[in-house]
Design a protein around this ligand. Structure first.
Ligand code: WTA
Length: 651
C-alpha cells in the first residue's frame, strides 16, 4: 500500500487506468470523448437528450426540453409516454424478447428466470389486477415486499396504469410503514407473506396488518404467497386479495399501458431529512426515465449480453434506478437476490456471481468492508471470470476498501466506478466513466452528462481547487426530484434556499486540479449508517416518544465497518435510572419504531445535553464526545461547560 495514513484512512495517490482490453470495447474511450459529450449535454441539451433517449418509446415528442421556473422544473414538456413500455414492450420485437430480464435466487437456494416476454406478461396481468381493484391513474400504491420478481412486476404494473408507487423498504417497522402509507394516501398496499433474511423469515404481511389498522385510506392489500403454507400469515382480512387468485382471474386485455404526460408522477420514495418526518421524494416520468436509462448505459458501459447485479434493495433509490428502470429500459439481464450476503457463509455473493455469470457488480462500501473482515479464502474459491466492471454507491469508499475490491474481486482487470448521487437526484451525477476516465480511489470522479456540480462556501462563492466546501448543483437536471410529496414549501426551503439559487445536496466535498470530486459525507443532520440513510431527528423523535426519555440527541461516530455508527445521548425523566437494561430497552424501542437497521449502536446517558444559550443542542460537541476527540471548534456559545466535562468523564 502506498501513501500516508490520515486518521483511519489511507491516502491513496495512485490513479487506475482501465485495461486496454476494456477500453478497446468501451462506449467511451478517452477523456476528450467524455468532455465533448459533457459539453454538449450542457450547451446543446436538446440535441444531447434527443439522441441519447432515441431508443425510449415516446407516444408524443416533446415541444420543449426544459421549462425552468425555479425551483420547479418540467422536462420533456408536452411529451407522452409510459415508462413500462420502454422497459418491456419495446424489447418484445427485438432479440431481447426471449432473453432473461430477471434472474432471481433466494437465500434457501431457489432460482427463477423471467424472460422479457414473461415479465411483460406478468406486468400486463398485474396492471389488470390493479385496475380491477379500482386503482386509476394518479392513485398511490404502497409496495412493501422483499427482493422477489413480483416486486418488480408490481412496480412496473403501477407505472403501466399511471399509479405512482411508493416502495417502502421491508426493514421498516409497522409505525414507519404506517406513516409512509398515510403521508401519500395509498389506496392499495402490495405485500407478501414474508421474505428470507439471515435464515429467518421477515414477516411482511403481519407488519402491513399492524400498519394498515391505522390507515383508513387503504382499501385493499394484495398478498403474494411466496413462502408456502408453512409460513402463511396468521390473519386474513376482508381487505386482503390473494395475488395468485387475482392474477388467475385477471383479464390481460385490461393491462394496456396508459400514456401519461412527461411530468406525471412515477413514484414517491421516502427518505430522511433534517426533521422527524420523512419526506416523500417525488420523481416524474420522462426526465427520471431518461436519466436512469442514459446513466446506466454509460456509467456501466452496458451491453446486451451483460448480466447486471446491483445488490441494493428495491426499497432504496438505488434499487429503483439500477435494479429496475435503468437496466430494464436498456434490455439488460438483472440479478435479484433475496437474502443476506453471509448465508450460509460469506462466499454467497461470489457463488451468485459465478452461477449467473454476473458481468457487472454494483454494491456498497459497507458490504465491501464486511467482506474484507472475512479474509480472502471465499474469494480464492471463486472463479469470478465473468466480472468485467465493478461499481460502488451509497457512501464514500475509503481507499483501502477500493484497493481490496480492485485486487480481490476485480482481480485487477475490472474498472471500478464510484458513483455519487442521492434519492433526490434520482440517478448518478458524479462518477468515473469506465474506459474514458481513470479512477482515483476515494474520488467519485467527474460530472455525469447534464449535471452541473460545484463546491461553494455558504455565501455561494466557489472554493479553490482542493479546498473543502458544500456540494451544490447549479442547474436543473432531468431526473431531479420535482417536489416533496404534499409539502412544496419543504422542497423549496430544504433544497433551494440554503444557498441562494442552487440545489444544496447536504454533502461536503472538494474538487482536485483535474476536476475530480471527492465527496466527504453529509454535513447536515443526516447520517449514513452502513449505507442506510438515517435522519438524526427521526431517531430523536422516536426516543423522546419513550415514556422514560426527557431529551435525546443522535449523532454519528466514525466506524470502520459501517462508515458511521449511531450514538444517542439520552437524559431520562425523573424516576428513571440509567442501567444496562434501560440501554437495551431504548435501543429496542428505536428498532421497533423505525426498523432494526436504525437501532443505535451506543446509548449514553447524560444528566444534561450541551446547549447553546438559545437552547439548541450542540451536536457538533456531541460528535466529538462520541468519537473520543477533543472539541476544537468554538464553544463560546455553550451554556454550561460542566455538562460537557461530565460527558467526557463518563467515557
Ligand atoms: C452519500 C443513495 C460518497 C452522500 C444513492 C449522499 C455518497 C447520500 C456516494 C445519499 C458516493 C452516495 N460517495 N458519498 N459514491 N453515494 N453518497 O439518498 O452523502 O440513500 O448525499 O442515495 O449518500 O443517500 P441516498
Amino acid at each position: 500500500m502506498t501513501g500516508e495514513r490520515i486518521g483511519t484512512f489511507i491516502q491513496e495517490n495512485r490513479t487506475f487506468e482501465p485495461s486496454e482490453a476494456f477500453r478497446a470495447r468501451a462506449r467511451l474511450r478517452s477523456r476528450e470523448e467524455y468532455e465533448r459529450l459533457y459539453r454538449e449535454s450542457l450547451e446543446q441539451p436538446e440535441a444531447f437528450w434527443a439522441r441519447e433517449t432515441a431508443d425510449l418509446v415516446f407516444d408524443r415528442r416533446w415541444t420543449e426540453l426544459l421549462e425552468w421556473n425555479a425551483p420547479h422544473a418540467r422536462w420533456f414538456v408536452g411529451a407522452r409516454l409510459n415508462a413500462s413500455v420502454s422497459c418491456l414492450d419495446r424489447h418484445l420485437t427485438t432479440s431481447r424478447r426471449d432473453a432473461p430480464a430477471l434472474v432471481w435466487e433466494s437465500e434457501p437456494g431457489e432460482t427463477r428466470t423471467l424472460t422479457y416476454a414473461e415479465l411483460h406478461a406478468e406486468v400486463v396481468r398485474f396492471a389488470a389486477v390493479l385496475r380491477s381493484l379500482g386503482v386509476v391513474s394518479g392513485d398511490r400504491v404502497t409496495i412493501y415486499m422483499g427482493m422477489v420478481p413480483e416486486v418488480v412486476v408490481a412496480m412496473l404494473a403501477c407505472a403501466r396504469i399511471g399509479a405512482p408507487h411508493s416502495v417502502v423498504f421491508g426493514g421498516f417497522a409497522a409505525e414507519a410503514l404506517r406513516d409512509r402509507i398515510e403521508d401519500c394516501g395509498a389506496r392499495v398496499v402490495v405485500t407478501q407473506d414474508g421474505a428470507w433474511r439471515r435464515g429467518r423469515v421477515v414477516p411482511l404481511k403481519a407488519t402491513v396488518d399492524r400498519a394498515v389498522a391505522e390507515t383508513p385510506c387503504v382499501e385493499k392489500v394484495v398478498v403474494l404467497r411466496h413462502l408456502g403454507e408453512a409460513h402463511a400469515p396468521a390473519e386474513r382480512h376482508a381487505r386482503d386479495v390473494d395475488w395468485h387468485e387475482a392474477m388467475a382471474a385477471a383479464d390481460p386485455g385490461r393491462g394496456a399501458p396508459e400514456s401519461v404526460d412527461a411530468e406525471h408522477p412515477l413514484y414517491v420514495l421516502y427518505t430522511s431529512g433534517s426533521t422527524g418526518r420523512p419526506k416523500g421524494v417525488l420523481h416524474t416520468t420522462a426526465g427520471y426515465l431518461a436519466g436512469a436509462h442514459v446513466s446506466t448505459r454509460y456509467v456501466f458501459d452496458l451491453r446486451d449480453d451483460d448480466v447486471f447485479w446491483c445488490t441494493a434493495d428495491v426499497g432504496w433509490v438505488t434499487g429503483h434506478s439500477y435494479v429496475v428502470y435503468g437496466p430494464l429500459s436498456n434490455g439488460a439481464t438483472v440479478v435479484l437476490y433475496e437474502g443476506a450476503p453471509n448465508q450460509p457463509d460469506w462466499g454467497r455473493f461470489w457463488r451468485i456471481v459465478d452461477r449467473h455469470r454476473v458481468s457487472i457488480l454494483y454494491t456498497a462500501p459497507t458490504a465491501i468492508r464486511a467482506f474484507i473482515r472475512q479474509g480472502t479464502s471465499f474469494l480464492e474459491q471463486a472463479d469470478l471470470s465473468s466480472l468485467r466492471l465493478l461499481g460502488s454507491v451509497g457512501e464514500p469508499i475509503n481507499p483501502e476498501a477500493w484497493i481490496w475490491y480492485h485486487e480481490h474481486v476485480g482481480r485487477r482487470r475490472c474498472p471500478i466506478v464510484d458513483t455519487w448521487w442521492q434519492t433526490e437526484t434520482g440517478t448518478i451525477l458524479l462518477t468515473t466513466l469506465p474506459g474514458a476516465t481513470p479512477a482515483k480511489p476515494g474520488s467519485t470522479g467527474l460530472p455525469f452528462f447534464g449535471a452541473a456540480p460545484a463546491v461553494v462556501r455558504r455565501d455561494g462563492s466557489p472554493v479553490g481547487a482542493g479546498e473543502a466546501g458544500l456540494l451544490v448543483l447549479t442547474r436543473p437536471w432531468p431526473s431531479m426530484l420535482r417536489t416533496v410529496w404534499g409539502d412544496d414549501e419543504r422542497y423549496r426551503k430544504q433544497y433551494w434556499s440554503e444557498i441562494e439559487g442552487v440545489y444544496f445536496t447536504g454533502d461536503g466535498a472538494h474538487r482536485d486540479a483535474e476536476g475530480y470530486f471527492r465527496v466527504v459525507g453529509r454535513i447536515d443532520d443526516v447520517l449514513n449508517v452502513a449505507g442506510h440513510r438515517i435522519g438524526t431527528a427521526e431517531i430523536e423523535s422516536a426516543l423522546v416518544a419513550h415514556p422514560a426519555v426527557a431529551e435525546a440527541a443522535a449523532v454519528g461516530r466514525p466506524d470502520e465497518l459501517k462508515g458511521q455508527a449511531l450514538v444517542v445521548f439520552v437524559t431520562l425523566k425523573p424516576g428513571h435510572e440509567p442501567s444496562e437494561a434501560m440501554r437495551g430497552t431504548l435501543a429496542e424501542h428505536v428498532g421497533s419504531e423505525i426498523g432494526k437497521f436504525a437501532r443505535p449502536d451506543t446509548v449514553r446517558f447524560a444528566d444534561g445535553l450541551p446547549k447553546t444559550r438559545s437552547g439548541k443542542i450542540m451536536r457538533r460537541l456531541l460528535k466529538d464526545v462520541a468519537a473520543g476527540r477533543e472539541s476544537t471548534g468554538d464553544v463560546s456559545t455553550l451554556e454550561d461547560f460542566t455538562v460537557l466535562a461530565k460527558l467526557r468523564e463518563e467515557e
